[in-house]
Design a protein around this ligand. Structure first.
Ligand SMILES: C[S@@+](CC[C@H](N)C(=O)[O-])C[C@H]1O[C@@H](n2cnc3c(N)ncnc32)[C@H](O)[C@@H]1O
Length: 204
């Protein structure tokens, strides 16, 4: 535990490998919205290493101030103040954004919230802009590892609305929201980095 700051060991373990992917996806200057920022460790690492970006942290209104200690200590000029954003509200009150990143949120949110996240992301992106979603995912109803299966059982025991999402379901809601899967990167510890992009036209 880092004194005075919330701390996630998982963030420390995965932040560098995620950064390497984000550097290629978000290679142009712009503002990236982070959904479900949590402790702020990702925000500080990514903004600190991707100085061409403006990082916009956000989290549920009950949790959005959790990241303040990390942000305050880092004093980075390219991180905005965190926004209170519940993905399930109808209209997201945001500045213009050019990309979205979210880690380990889709298995914590209920399914209606995941649907709302895709809806809100799509409404706020322009054609070809990217939504990077990191975490564990299932394929054709199958877990990709025994540890993911155990994690899913643990989540559902805590709250039946939580659980690892299936790619078929995510592809269905992405299609409904004019987002397409551009890349699906294998990441350490049975995680994936999914890159969705806003379709060029309504007919894409
Ligand atoms: C497991 S934590 C992940 C935090 C961080 N991204 C990470 O990788 O460590 C899940 C996050 O999702 C956020 N979250 C849950 N429901 C949400 C909602 N409806 N809208 C926005 N964020 C939500 C939680 O507040 C929490 O910060």
């Amino acid at each position: 535990m880092t004194a005075g700051k919330p701390f996630s060991q998982a963030c420390e373990n995965n932040k560098q490998v995620i950064l390497e992917k984000l550097a290629t996806v978000f290679s142009q200057p712009g503002t990236v919205l982070e959904i479900g920022t949590g402790t702020g460790q990702h925000a500080v690492h990514f903004a600190g290493n991707l100085s061409h970006l403006t990082w916009q942290p956000s989290d549920h209104p009950s949790n959005y101030q959790l990241c303040e200690p990390w942000l305050t200590e880092a004093r980075l000029p390219n991180i905005n103040k965190p926004l209170a954003l519940d993905v399930s509200v109808e209209e997201w009150q945001l500045p213009r954004i050019n990309g979205v990143f979210s880690a380990n949120t889709s298995h914590i949110m209920s399914w209606p919230e995941v649907e709302a996240m895709f809806r809100g992301v799509s409404a706020n992106l322009q054609p070809n802009e990217a939504f990077c979603l990191y975490g564990p995912f299932n394929y054709n109803g199958q877990f990709t590892s025994a540890s993911n299966q155990q994690f899913d059982a643990h989540l559902r025991q805590q709250n039946p609305a939580m659980g690892i999402r299936d790619m078929n379901d995510l592809k269905r809601i992405s299609n409904e929201n004019k987002l397409f899967l551009d890349s699906d990167f294998e990441m350490p510890a049975n995680n994936r980095l999914l890159v969705w992009r806003k379709c060029e036209t309504d007919s894409d």
